[in-house]
Ligand binder design. Sequence first.
Ligand SMILES: CC(C)(COP(=O)(O)OP(=O)(O)OC[C@H]1O[C@@H](n2cnc3c(N)ncnc32)[C@H](O)[C@@H]1OP(=O)(O)O)[C@@H](O)C(=O)NCCC(=O)NCCS
Length: 438
Amino acid sequence: MPDNPPDLKPPTRFEDLRGILRYVPQFRQRVFVIAIDGALMHQPGFGSLLQDVAVLQSLNIEVVLVFGARAQIQRLAARRGVALSNDDGMGRTDAATLDIAIEAITRQASELMADLTALEMPVVVSNALAVHPAGVIDGVDQEFTGRIERVDVESLGALLKADIIPVLPPLGYDGRGTTLRLNSDAVAVEVAIALKAAKVIFVSEAGLSAPDGARMAQISVAEAREMHRRRDPRHDINLLSKLRHAAIACQEGVPRVHIVDGTQDEALLAELFSNEGVGTMIHADDYQQMRKARSSDVSTLLSMMRQSMEDAALVPRTREQMLARIKDFFVLEVDGNPVGCAAVHTHEEEGRRIAELACLFVRRSHKNRGHGRRLVAYAEEVARQRGCAALVALSTQAFRFFEEKMGFQVTGPESLPRARREQYARSGRNSKVLVKLL
Ligand SMILES: CC(C)(COP(=O)(O)OP(=O)(O)OC[C@H]1O[C@@H](n2cnc3c(N)ncnc32)[C@H](O)[C@@H]1OP(=O)(O)O)[C@@H](O)C(=O)NCCC(=O)NCCS
């Protein structure tokens, strides 16, 4: 998990800009459902958050906005001296609570419309949800709490196609003209499932953290479900609800759900447009993949490895040298971006085939997450499939890694194929020679 404090400054180098632009084609014309906690709407950074939403829309991302209202409902109830039956749309909503909720939410919707209009974003408050009363749960009549039955995909789709942002408040109306209170996390997830959204992004009052206080950069659906099940004491009910709904969304086909701390400046964009992110991503599938390198990867790989080449951890390679042997290279991608690579070269000698693992590299931001081991294990498999008896590696600075983590043994240059032995002597690098029998 990336624990380093993220660099949230605007990109100053073309390399950074290139990194950001890489995401744009995969996000274009995809639906992102952004659910904002009500508490954030009165914070100083809220204007910038809406500007970030405008940036997403300008990149042709189809944005649906959902907002929560707990903070506003609590505040209004306190002012009026009303005791709430619940404040987040997850428990029973009595008539007095519904009254407060309608007033608070309607005001919020109006304020949001004003803010978005000021940013020249076309926006419509939508009633695209068909809801029913939640009914009796565990013997308790939920009264004015609603359950989402259906999402009007056509009307939302038409708004999105016309570049209009649909805003969905946590209220719904049933066929009898009754207003019902909804939970905003549930609204976001139901809408995302129905629209086959690429992402749900919960912009929350706080982020998720591990027991040591570090940010949890990614968790699987199973982990999210487990944290919710055991009511993880580090996280309040608000975050637990998001974990539960994130798991539902992923289970129903939304590939990624993000939880970002909305009090952090630029959190939304930094989560979406940086490799490491700044929030927590909950993913349904294994979003890492190993693939063959392509010629178009060479520039990215070279720029990624530059420092290690300068430090002599890796043999310096030119673009031409890499292109000439591109077929031997493979790349480990995380979320569509290369984070590591390696190559397997094959040598034939006296009827024996020996594989050489070269150019093993993992991006600094992604170290210590098992990617190095994964790349070496993959190289071993490639070598086995090519009928090689052994895999050798030359290493100046990572020989312990090969020995301790991957079961290689340090030997001498005599284990190298003859052609490589001469090169080895000439290079003067004095690398350790490691071998693993396959
Ligand atoms: C070596 C390298 C590929 C490891 O990648 P990684 O993704 O961090 O590795 P993993 O997450 O699979 O393994 C991490 C473990 O290996 C250990 N490790 C990583 N690099 C090490 C090194 N150079 N020496 C000794 N141990 C090392 C870590 O301490 C960690 O140990 P732990 O699991 O007990 O905590 C990466 O550090 C790298 O790219 N280094 C620079 C380039 C290089 O030296 N390449 C080898 C050229 S042959």
